[in-house]
Design a protein around this ligand. Structure first.
Ligand code: ATP
Ligand code: MG
Length: 406
């Protein structure tokens, strides 16, 4: 099959294929960008596969970076773009279900395509726009089917992450997982325990944002993959509840996806922190999610106070997006405007500070100090006091007098 029109990203990279071919080697566009072109979707990174060995590739271009030289990957820098160029390779014996013991560079495109995970990920595109389809990926593409290349069972034994990739691509592409591929996931789900949590996390996070996230998640549960994921081993009911929320809406970023998950699991902010740490999420992400969950758990019980919104701080947008996604019955626009109307958003915005207590009022730092500032902060947030220096100083004065008269 020949492409009618090459996307601009490929056109821009054609000189690279031409340079490699002029030197007597083969070179093709491969991987997700070819798949996405066939689906009429925008493409992100352009990946190239070649029969040239890494040193041979490097000799042909002025500017290259060894981004993964041990796996045969060299990044070629051209007109401000980077192109990952990987030597055709095969992967021999996998003793640990995750990494090949050895990668061997080969000169055959077919060998390279055979080691790829799914038929729709195993196309090669020539510089003339011809699609090379060795595993009937084009018919799977037409039928919206995700099928492992070769023997599914064997392929998941080689690399158990591929099972997560299956449910992820099914969710993203809205493809059904082919029967034998699905059965092989059921039979081998336990091998997921061998995979580093960071890698599982990447696939799971993408799954949750797929347009068919509900289907992907339900297959993940049906194949028992979640039994080998931290904190998700025994929560099928909650996960099914989550899947139902995803029927006609998806989270639009990683934070939303994970906040919604934590909320569906019914975790406290503290337990959410422990759960997210097991998944190796960043501290920033944990912080946002904990703050969001604190507010959401309160909203689930009823109305919240200005102070709760204030404490949520910068996580407010995320929290309110998740309130909508989780179908919580709350007035989101009203909460948004209540947050916007807060007299201060952080402590730093208070029109009175520690310096005003010492220099201004001659008070010595001590327990009373913190108590006064905390009280002023709460009263300003609640709207009981104006955020005005004179007003706050008068209030502080009253507190000092009360304490000294005790
Ligand atoms: P995305 O659009 O999410 O980047 P992608 O298909 O490009 O999707 P990548 O993870 O970037 O996925 O991998 C690029 C290509 O490398 C895949 O299309 C596939 O051919 C191959 N590949 C990646 N990971 C694996 C794996 N674990 N097993 C086999 N082949 C893989
Ligand atoms: Mg990719």
């Amino acid at each position: 099959m020949k492409l009618e029109k090459m996307p601009a990203e490929f056109v821009a990279a054609l000189p690279i294929l031409e340079t490699i071919e002029a030197a007597g080697y083969e070179a093709y566009f491969v991987g997700g960008s070819v798949r996405d072109t066939l689906l009429g979707k925008p493409i992100h990174d352009v990946d190239i596969a070649t029969s040239a060995y890494p040193e041979e590739v490097k000799a042909l271009f002025d500017r290259t970076v060894d981004t993964g030289i041990e796996h045969g990957t060299v990044m070629i820098l051209d007109h401000g773009q980077g192109y990952e160029t990987t030597t055709f390779r095969t992967e021999s014996t996998y003793t640990d279900f995750r990494r090949p013991d050895e990668v061997t560079f080969v000169r055959s495109l077919e060998e390279d395509l055979k080691r790829r995970d799914f038929t729709v990920n195993a196309f090669a595109l020539t510089k003339d726009g011809e699609i090379i389809d060795m595993f009937d990926g084009l018919s799977d593409m037409d039928n919206h089917i995700l099928r492992a290349v070769g023997e599914a069972e064997e392929r998941f034994h080689e690399d158990a992450l591929r099972m997560m990739r299956a449910v992820r691509f099914a969710a993203q592409l809205d493809f059904k997982i082919e029967e034998k591929t699905l059965q092989a996931i059921k039979d081998n789900a336990h091998l997921l325990a061998n995979i580093a949590i960071e890698r599982t996390n990447v696939e799971f996070t993408k799954l949750l944002q797929g347009k068919a996230a509900r289907y992907g998640l339900l297959e993940m549960i049906a194949t028992t993959l979640n039994k080998y994921m931290p904190g998700l081993e025994t929560v099928d009911i909650d996960l099914i509840g989550y899947a139902d929320l995803l029927a006609d809406q998806q989270p639009t970023n990683d934070e939303e996806a994970w906040t919604l998950l934590v909320f569906e699991l019914g975790l406290t902010p503290e337990d959410a922190g422990l759960f997210l740490k097991k998944w190796k999420h960043s501290n920033d992400m944990v912080k946002t999610i904990k703050a969001s969950i604190k507010l959401l758990n309160k909203l689930r019980l009823g109305d919240v106070e200005a102070w709760d919104l204030y404490e949520t701080g910068a996580a407010i947008d995320n929290a309110l997006r998740v309130a909508t996604l989780s179908e919580l019955v709350v007035d989101v626009p009203k909460l948004e405007s209540r947050y916007a109307d807060l007299k201060i958003k952080t402590k730093n915005e208070l029109a009175f500070n520690g310096g005003d207590l010492t220099k201004g009022m001659g008070l010595k730092p001590g327990p009373l100090f913190g108590k006064i500032l905390a009280t002023l902060e709460r009263k300003v947030v609640a709207g009981d006091l104006a955020n005005n220096h004179a007003v706050l100083q008068a209030e502080a004065q009253k507190m000092v007098e009360k304490e000294t008269n005790k």
